[in-house]
Design a protein around this ligand. Structure first.
Ligand code: PGA
Length: 247
């Protein structure tokens, strides 16, 4: 049985003190959860969040990283820096990074390899635009993103990659993919992983993301192939995020 992983993605919200207060509130609310609870916070809030999450079942993640260990990359944060302060997870290739910061399938692939090299657990984001969905190319697009992202990874690394299927038209819009549609795309993703590496395909955790909230979490997460969620807006309030974790 695959574990459910429920991850919050705060995006560019909350400062370090707010992060600390949030984790202190959340830890009481999710302490009995058997799901994996992850909160991905802004870089400047990582240290305080990690401290507050010590001896709890909450794991802390970053929302991005560079693929190099160090060097002349002004303003960037390396995987080693994240690992050194105790970060466990990192979101890679979120659609907002692909759209606003020119991340390509190639940099996403480099980042995935680098995350594993430094012992971070990557949450790889893939998903189609509304136009692509309307054109009927969702399957081709999403499976291609997965194939390019996983290119050259070892079987073990593929098995340990968490994938978040996030249809771009559902992110921050209040429009959720129907649980059947989300489940179908996730099944296609797993089929694609089977083509790449049959042995580990059943272990890969594949989440749904895009306007997940406490009212729709249960229906989505109880689908046969959906292994939890990546939650943006609804993760900003500890009480609401806890309801999603404890769906
Ligand atoms: P949302 O964001 O839950 O606000 O739609 C999800 C995401 O971008 O990861």
């Amino acid at each position: 049985m695959r574990k459910k992983v429920i991850a919050g993605n705060w995006k560019m919200n909350k400062n370090a003190v707010e992060a600390e207060n949030y984790i202190n509130e959340l830890k009481e609310l999710v302490k009995d959860s058997t799901n994996e609870v992850v909160v991905c916070v802004p870089f400047i809030a990582l240290c305080k969040a990690i401290n507050a999450a010590k001896e709890t079942n909450i794991k802390i993640g970053a929302q991005n990283m560079h693929f190099e260990e160090k060097g002349a990359y002004t303003g960037e944060i390396s995987p080693k820096m994240l690992r050194d302060i105790g970060v466990e997870y990192v979101i890679i290739g979120h659609s907002e990074r692909r759209e606003y910061f020119n991340e390509s399938d190639e940099t996403v692939n480099k980042k995935l390899k680098s995350a594993f090299e430094y012992g971070l657990k990557p949450i790889l984001c893939v998903g189609e635009t509304l136009t692509q969905r309307e054109e009927g190319i969702t399957k081709a697009w999403v499976t291609n993103q997965v194939r390019l992202a996983l290119d050259g990874l070892t079987n073990e690394q593929i098995g340990n990659t968490i994938i978040a299927y996030e249809p771009i038209w559902a992110i921050g819009t209040g429009k959720t993919a129907s649980s059947e549609d989300a489940n179908e795309v996730i099944r296609w993703i797993r089929e694609e992983i089977k083509n790449i590496c049959r042995e580990v395909a059943e272990n890969v955790i594949i989440q749904y993301g895009g306007s997940v909230k406490s009212e729709n979490a249960k229906e989505l997460f109880e689908m046969s192939d959906i292994d939890g969620g990546l939650v943006g807006g609804a993760s900003l309030i500890a009480e609401e995020f806890a309801k999603i974790v404890n769906y």
